[in-house]
Write a protein that binds this ligand. Structure first.
Ligand SMILES: Cc1cc2nc3c(=O)[nH]c(=O)nc-3n(C[C@H](O)[C@H](O)[C@H](O)COP(=O)(O)O)c2cc1C
Length: 208
């Protein structure tokens, strides 16, 4: 096992369980951010990028590299989808794509292979530089996980129109969890906002 793979494993990347990160990517003058699930495959990292996203478009247009930003902060996950102008970046060491400020680790990657399937791109990443901060352990927060889970269901809404009622119910369960597990007004506000946006999308879909 080489050093990069050993470090990726220590950071939590696995061949069997998805690691959720925020991918930042730059192509030409366009910079974009989006949460993505990543699997370790031998000494590479593997992504599925679904059709319809800006990330998909930038990779199809020839983006060469990206950064996997490691964080468990639900505000960074929320901003990377719904409030992109609030995402702050800093330059990377070996790639053109920037890092997202405030994360606990950064994997700078070259995009080494892209395979187009009918619904998504299978993308292989070659990790070339890793930085991470040693931090003291932090407690598990149900509220953070529930906000990120609500975002997963929210981002599926445009693609799974037939299941929008089911997705909305799941978002409501996540929002209940947030309200039961935190008094933090920022977290409660994000949860409420995701639910309101989800209601709006479901209404739009049903009137089409
Ligand atoms: C935790 C989490 C994981 C996600 N994983 C993926 C993924 O693996 N592939 C994907 O295409 N979209 C994934 N998404 C959805 C995208 O992040 C979402 O569609 C995003 O809005 C795309 O942004 P863009 O259009 O700016 O590229 C995930 C969302 C969340 C919240």
């Amino acid at each position: 096992m080489n050093n990069i793979v050993r470090t990726l494993r220590r950071l939590g990347f696995s061949t069997s369980t998805y690691s959720e990160v925020i991918l930042s990517i730059k192509h030409g003058n366009i910079v974009n951010y989006a949460p993505m699930g990543v699997l370790l495959v031998k000494d590479a990292l593997h992504l599925r990028v679904y059709m319809g996203s800006l990330t998909y478009k930038l990779i199809m247009e020839g983006a060469k590299d990206c950064v996997l930003n490691i964080t468990s902060d639900p505000i960074l996950f929320y901003n990377s989808i719904l409030d992109k102008s609030r995402v702050k970046t800093v330059g990377s060491i070996k790639v053109k794509s920037p890092r997202i400020s405030g994360c606990q680790g950064y994997i700078e990657c070259l995009i080494s292979d892209v395979v187009k399937t009918p619904r998504y791109l299978r993308v292989l990443l070659n990790p070339i530089h890793i930085d991470y901060y040693k931090i003291i352990p932090t407690t598990y927060k149900r509220a953070s996980s529930a906000i990120i889970e609500a975002l997963v269901y929210y981002t599926k809404l445009p693609y799974l129109k037939g299941s929008s009622g089911d997705l909305l119910s799941k978002i409501k369960l996540c929002v209940n969890t947030v309200f039961r597990s935190t008094k933090n007004p920022k977290y409660r506000g994000l949860a409420r906002d995701i639910l309101l946006r989800a209601y709006r999308i479901t209404q739009d879909l049903s009137t089409r």
